[in-house]
Every structure is written in C-alpha cells, then in structure tokens.
Design a protein around this ligand. Structure first.
Ligand code: FRU
Length: 574
C-alpha cells in the first residue's frame, strides 16, 4: 500500500489520538522512533494544548524495530513538558514509546549513500527542487520535503542555502502545509521593485496548495529566505476545470510577471503586475511533444543564440521516459509576452535521457546564466531506494545553453563553472590507444565513493567501447558507446543493490550521442549516482546506483576499433 493510501485509510477509520506520553524537554531535539514502512500514525506534539507542528503530521511509527529517529526541533520548549499524541498505536507495543532527546539533529549523518558533493537533506525525504533563486550572494534551494519521514507525504518546502552551488547548508523548512493543502512545487523571485507591496527585495515564492484542488499560493520572505509569511489572500490562481494544476514557475517579462503552470497536459501562462492578481494569457502544448502523462514543473527561459532571441520551455513528464519513468522534455521557440510558439523540431527532445534527472528548473535572479538543477531520482523507485535517514538528492548544477547538433538546435547541459572550481585533479595518465584495454585498478587510495573521471575519446573506426566502473565484489556500472549507431547505453543490472524495485535495473538505459570527431567524457561519481557528460554539453546522462562497496576500478575496452584516449584525469571534488 502506498503512503497516500495508508493516510486515507487513517482518515477513514478516524482513530482517536492517544496522548501517549508527557516528556520533559532537556535536549534540542525530540527524537520520534520510526520504522521504514511502519504504521502510518498522525503525530501531534502539544505545548499547553497547542500543536507545535502546526498541522498534525504523519509518521511511520516504529512497531517492530527502530530504523531511524525523526528529529523535532524543541529548543524553544526546554524545561517544559510536551505531550506526544499518536493515532492508532498499540498501547502495549514497546517500540513506538522509545522517544529520545538529542542535541544533534541527525546522528550517523554520513551513511553509505549520502552524497558528498550533491545536495541531499540532512534528514527526511526530498523530490523536486523548488523556489530556486539567487539573491545577494546566496543561492536558495527550497525543495519538496517531508521533514518527518523518508516517504512522499507531509509535503513542505525544505530550505537550503549556498554561496557556491556546491556546499549547501540545510536550514529549517520554510513553508508548511495548512488548511489549503500540502505544499507542492513552485518557484521564487526577488521583488526588487516591491510590486507586491511586501517590501523592497522581498523574496516572493509561488507554490501549489495541494488540497482537494490544486491552486497557486504565494508567500514572502524579508529575511534573506530564512522564514516566509503566507499571503492572507491565498490562493492567488485557481482553475476549477483542472484536477492537475501545479508547479508555478515565475519569471519577469518587461514590466510584468509571468508564471508558467502545468495544467493537465499543457502549460498555461498567466501575467500579473503585483504577483497577487493574475490574468490568463495562453496555453501551449496541444498536439506537440510527449503527452504520455500529465505535464509537470515547467520553466520558461530566454536565450540569445547568434544574436537572436530564442526561448526554451522545459516540461517534466512522468511516466514518459523512453527508458521508463520520469523525464524532462524541452521545446525551443519564441515567446512574445503572451504566447509560446515552438519551432518545428523533431520533438520530443529530452534534457537528459538518463533514468534519474526529473523536475529540474533554473535559478531566478541570474540574468546572464540559466543554472539548472534536477531531482536525481525517478518516481518508479524513489520511495524504495536503500537509504536510511534521508531519501533522494539533487543533480549537480548545470549551465544550460543552445548549440547545434549539426542538424538543429539542442539544449546543452554542462556542469556549472562552480563544479570545476571545487574540483582538484589528483591523478593524470599518458595519452594512449585503447588497444587491448585501458585500466585503472585503484582509482583513489582513500576512496569515499566520490570523485570524477574525465577523458577524451577519438574513435578511429565506428566500433564499440565499453566503459566500466566496478568494485571488488564484482558489482559494476557498464556503459557501452556504439559509434556506428551513435548510441550510449548503461547496464546497471549488476551495479549493487538493484532489487528494491523491479524496474530499477530491468533493462539497459539508452541515449543518443551526437556524431563528432572526438568526445570529451566526464563522469561525476558520488556514492549513489553517476552523471555522465559527453561532448561538451551534447549529452547528459544521469543515473543512480547503490553499490555495496564504493567503485574503485575503472576499465575501458574496445571492440572493432582502437580509439585514442587522451586527457585522462581523476579528480577530487570538495
Ligand atoms: C513532480 C511533482 C510535482 C508536484 C510535486 C509533488 O515530481 O509531482 O508535479 O508538485 O512533485 O511533490
């Protein structure tokens, strides 16, 4: 049974909350014992009769064992007693009563699959990146968050901040569910002209209030994105004709605000002068691109290409990935402040044909760059992956640009300059021909599962090349370049833990490469993922993995060709 069904069941049975225990607060965090897949129970923590969590929150309460503790910040209540109330618990069960207190939010934070240079929440679940905005030296990355568990429920906006896009500080959540519903995806901008009247330079966020209906609401921050106040006039955009109406992405066009919203399987555009009153402009998408499912998480971007204005519209779709599950498509065309029109191109076009790059959008507030980050997972299995105290993480930041593939324009994704700024070359190898094989038996002396490998391939004939990363247990990620078909594929069926969901490794993941005389290849390895970039932005190929031991061996073998390998380096990223 999925989490939402369990929650519904609790709602229907209407179990009365038992205030199980009164606890004298001595630590900074009250730790609630939880079990992955445990009994879904409604939690309230009362201080003088008032729930300190705002709305009741669902927790997978421990029943047979304690898998992890849910940390609740109770610093304000030190010296006071709090009543913990849970619905539907068996009073005789000893596990759910194992409340603890701690001065540390997450113990054993550095678990096996916690990425070292990608953002993942300190605790809890994440999916889409939200509210991405740059303001006064800081990047703000809000994110779809469950601060009370590692499954997709209790949706809040979590909040992380960074000055360099690579090192993130995970701060307390900023937007919590209310009577309008859960807080689904959305975006943020800096209102530097105070058009909304919340204050000059207010960061204004628009998100989906996901209740019985999906409607768009706004909230603002006057303290550099640390706390938000919801607008009392919410919701600000409603469309009663749609069940799926979500993920507003704000941008500026001349003297007005534009918002792109996923509306069923099209994108609706609205305009406003003050972020509060909105007028519908147009819809885009009928009969073009992939419509395998409803559309989600749009982003509208303006580029300059050879002196001309070009617009790109990103649209996520789940399922719809030719490799299975979640994926993001894009359209290239024009936008006149009212309507988006797509150029005639061979749609669908994909941002990244890997299995694990979804719901990605770009940071507002950086006029000269389009910095993209996606969610590095796939709805097919994101709820089952074998992490413990957190689940899922984001991709590396990537700078998007337009380039030609020889036939038409494509959207190129390159690792952002900030990725290279935090990278240090630690090994390099002489240029060589692949011949009978090229191998690095031990990638790093001290291997924490996080590094990058880069090399350039110059194929001589149209043969095949296998690129393999493996560990001493024989687990491996096997990539195949097939230059005769201009194809790159990944077999992750023996990559480590794969059977947590049958669709994780059931077939090879295939992408296309653009025919070039040489290919620069970069593989960013970070414990639970490899992001591969081929041909300076031509191809990005993002895939997750869960090896039982970090990969430490790298091999390339050729079949029917003898390409030159050059510029081979191993890099640490800190
Ligand atoms: C995309 C998505 C969004 C929605 C959010 C809910 O992954 O389904 O459309 O707002 O996740 O968490």
């Amino acid at each position: 049974m999925n989490n939402w069904k369990k929650i519904l069941l609790i709602g229907c049975v209407v179990l009365l909350a038992a205030c199980t225990k009164s606890v004298l607060i001595t630590g900074d965090y009250l730790m609630i014992p939880a079990q992955d897949g445990g009994k879904m129970s409604k939690l309230e923590i009362l201080s003088v009769g008032e729930n300190i969590l705002g709305e009741p929150q669902y927790v997978e309460i421990a029943q047979d064992r304690v898998d992890y503790y849910i940390p609740i910040d109770v610093t304000e209540y030190k010296g006071q007693s709090l009543d913990i109330c849970l619905t539907g618990v068996d009073k005789n069960n000893k596990f759910y009563k194992r409340f603890a207190q701690s001065d540390v939010r997450v113990t054993e934070r550095d678990e096996r699959y916690r990425p070292r240079y990608h953002f993942a929440p300190d605790f809890g679940w994440t999916n889409d990146p939200n509210g991405m905005v740059y303001y006064d030296g800081e990047y703000h990355l809000a994110y779809q968050a469950n601060p009370y568990g590692i499954g997709h429920y209790n949706m809040h906006w979590g909040n992380a901040v960074s000055t360099d896009l690579m090192h993130w500080e995970d701060l307390p959540p900023i937007i919590a569910p209310d009577s309008l519903g859960a807080i689904f995806s959305g975006s943020a901008i800096v209102d530097d002209e105070n058009t909304a009247g919340f204050g000059k330079d207010a960061i204004v966020a628009m998100y989906t209030s996901a209740g019985r209906l999906q409607r768009q609401s706004i909230a603002y921050s006057l303290d550099r994105g640390r706390t938000y106040t919801k607008y009392e006039g919410n919701p600000v955009i409603t469309d009663l004709s749609r069940r799926d109406f979500r993920d507003p992405k704000l941008s500026r066009f001349g003297d007005k605000w534009i918002v792109a919203i996923a509306a069923g399987d099209v994108i609706a555009f609205y305009a406003s002068k003050d972020l509060k009153n909105w007028e519908k402009l147009s819809e885009f998408g009928k009969g073009i691109g992939s419509h395998a499912a409803v559309w989600e998480c749009p982003d509208l971007l303006k580029f300059e290409y050879e002196g001309k204005e070009k617009w790109v519209l990103l649209v996520s779709i789940n399922p719809g990935n030719p490799n299975g599950g979640s994926i993001t498509q894009y359209f290239i065309g024009s936008f006149d402040g009212k309507e988006f029109k797509a150029d005639p191109l061979p749609y669908p076009l994909w941002v990244d044909l890997g299995a694990d790059n979804y719901a990605g959008v770009t940071f507002a507030g950086k006029e000269d760059r389009h910095i993209f980050m996606g969610w590095m997972s796939n709805w097919y299995y994101s709820g089952a992956t074998p992490t413990k105290r957190f689940r899922n993480c984001m991709t590396l930041p990537r700078d998007l640009s337009l380039k030609s593939n020889g036939r038409h324009l494509i959207l190129a994704s390159n690792p952002s300059p900030e990725v290279y700024a935090s990278m240090k070359q630690v090994r390099s190898f002489d240029d060589t021909k692949v011949g009978l094989g090229f191998s690095i038996p031990q990638i790093l002396e001290e291997n924490h599962g996080a590094y990058s490998i880069a090399f350039t391939i110059q194929p001589d004939t149209k043969g095949k090349l296998a690129v393999v990363l493996s560990n001493t247990l024989g687990e491996k990620m096997v990539y195949h370049f097939d230059f005769s078909k201009n194809e790159l594929s990944l077999d992750r069926s023996e990559s480590g833990l794969v059977d947590f969901e049958p669709r994780f490794a059931s077939k090879p993941i295939v992408t296309h490469i653009v025919e070039r005389a040489e290919y620069k290849v970069e593989m960013f390895v970070d414990r639970q993922s490899i992001e591969m970039f081929v041909g300076e932005g031509d191809v990005s190929f993002t895939n997750s993995m869960f090896p039982s031991e970090y990969y430490d061996k790298f091999e390339i073998t050729a079949d029917g060709c003898n390409p030159i390998l050059s510029e081979i380096t191993i890099n640490e990223i800190n």
